[in-house]
Design a protein around this ligand. Structure first.
Ligand code: ZN
Length: 467
């Protein structure tokens, strides 16, 4: 049996994966900043994390998965400048920052559910882990790795000889380039805020807390270092995010955690998903070019068709979003669902000896750094095979869908046409029975039974199930 290999950004190569304890893979995924609905580009990152999680399970590992919710302290600029995105959105929408966070967290979770993304074991919010974050800053301060300036406490990157290794930063070149833009008072442009102090003027923040350094709020990177270690221990197995997290957010998470917790490497595998490109460039909310899942549904496209679209490219491969590509994915998805529904009722068996071969090929491509496009190719081969019988196809489809998550094995895809037809026959049968036409009633029952649908008469009416 082939073994699971994953691309590790740390080593820039594929490495064989096994959990640290041999059994449970501990995975942390950077979550969204909840000040608006996540656009399709953001959602791609969670589809990638979900594929990873399903592949880990497919390999026989248990998974403990944590996703955070950034509900405070993410400034409009990653380099500690600009305004807090939550406070900004609150002012724009005329709601409190807490209500904004709540509203968009619910929408995010609902979107993931529509995409058939398995929920994590732990959802954790930055605002509910302020003491843990303060403690980490205090630890770093005790170790002499921080300094204070007017607007907060900063991490002194010059004290960390390993700083920037994940991103392979050329710090000298970066300093020259960024000196112009960086906050003037920072000792180095790459130093970053651990704790930001609330402004001294009378503009009051809605979200602020007392700390040993004064009233304020945590730097964005801090929450992930503190919460991942709290729920997964340190070191842990896999940390996921978008490629855009490599140079700043993940680089800074590592600096904080490795120094505060004295463990290196703090995370064994760093995995990064590529961007979804939307016409002029990266799909980014700040540029107002993002499309949401609501908009996708508004066009009559099933969210799972978007999932199929995303699986059509390797997670490390940049994708271009176009309306045509999305519509093609919907056509393909409808076709796949139709096949799956037909196979639900299939009773013909053939080609049993070929089943292990398909199974092996599917496992091999998934184990090769989650090669979803090739896994889909194997799935289509099964569907179109002339050698396999319906029973064998159904078995393979259900197995593969454990990893692909297209809802093919579940009634969730709802078989709208099939359901409608069965409901219709049940109504006709009820009418026949009311008219005391028992021959007609029995005929309908037998007709459905022949298709593998069993009717059960209960006090609340007639229900059906698959045999
Ligand atoms: Zn993070």
């Amino acid at each position: 049996m082939s073994e699971l290999c994953l691309y590790n950004t740390l080593s820039r190569s594929k490495e064989r994966f096994e959990p640290l304890d041999g059994k449970v893979a501990r995975v942390y995924s950077c979550g969204p900043t909840v000040y608006a609905q996540q656009h399709l580009g953001n959602l791609r990152a969670y589809l990638f994390a979900d594929l990873l999680k399903r592949a880990l399970r497919f390999s026989g590992f248990e998974v403990r998965h944590v996703i955070n919710i950034t509900d405070v302290g993410h400034l409009t600029d990653d380099a500690d400048l600009g305004e807090d995105k939550m406070e900004l959105a609150a002012r724009k929408e005329g709601l409190s920052a807490w209500d904004i966070a709540d509203k968009w967290t619910q929408v995010f979770k609902r979107d993931l559910e529509k995409l058939n993304v398995l929920p994590p074991d732990v959802w954790c919010k930055a605002t509910e882990h302020i003491p843990e974050q303060i403690e980490m800053v205090a630890t770093l301060e005790q170790k002499g790795l921080t300094y204070r300036i007017d607007d907060g406490v900063y991490f002194d990157t010059s004290k960390d000889p390993h700083y920037g290794e994940l991103a392979r930063l050329n710090l000298k070149a970066q300093q020259v380039q960024e000196r112009i833009e960086g906050a003037a008072a920072k000792r180095s442009p790459v130093d970053f805020a651990l704790w930001k102090l609330s402004p001294k003027d009378d503009t009051r923040r809605q979200m602020e807390w007392d700390s040993p350094w004064g009233r304020g709020f945590p730097g964005w990177h801090l929450e992930c270092s503190a919460m991942s270690s709290k729920y997964l221990g340190a070191p842990f197995d896999i940390h996921t995010g978008g490629v855009d997290h490599v140079p700043v957010h993940h680089t800074n998470e590592i600096a904080q955690a490795e120094n505060a917790l004295e463990v290196r490497p703090w995370v064994r595998f760093w995995m990064h998903g590529a961007w979804l490109m939307f016409e002029e460039g990266k799909m980014a909310k700040s540029k107002g070019t993002g499309m949401t899942l609501d908009q996708v549904e508004g066009r009559g496209i099933d969210p799972l068709a978007y999932r199929l679209f995303v699986l059509g490219a390797h997670y490390r491969q940049q994708m271009s979003f176009t309306d045509e590509a999305l519509e093609r994915a919907q056509t393909a998805y409808s076709r796949l669902v139709r096949h799956a529904l037909e196979l639900e009722l299939a009773q013909d068996s053939a080609g049993v000896s070929q089943v292990p071969g398909f199974r092996k090929r599917f496992r091999e491509v998934i184990n090769d750094d989650l090669n979803a496009p090739q896994a889909l190719a194997v799935l289509w081969e099964v569907v179109r095979s002339r050698q396999l019988g319906g029973v064998e196809k159904r078995t393979l489809l259900h197995e593969f869908d454990e990893v692909l998550g297209l809802g093919l094995a579940e009634a969730r895809i709802a078989a709208p046409e099939l359901n409608a037809r069965i409901e219709d026959l049940i109504r006709q049968r009820e009418e026949a029975r009311r008219a005391r036409d028992f021959a007609a009633s029995d005929r309908i029952r037998e007709e459905l039974e022949a298709e593998g649908i069993i009717l059960e008469d209960t006090v609340e009416g007639t229900r059906w199930r698959r045999a």
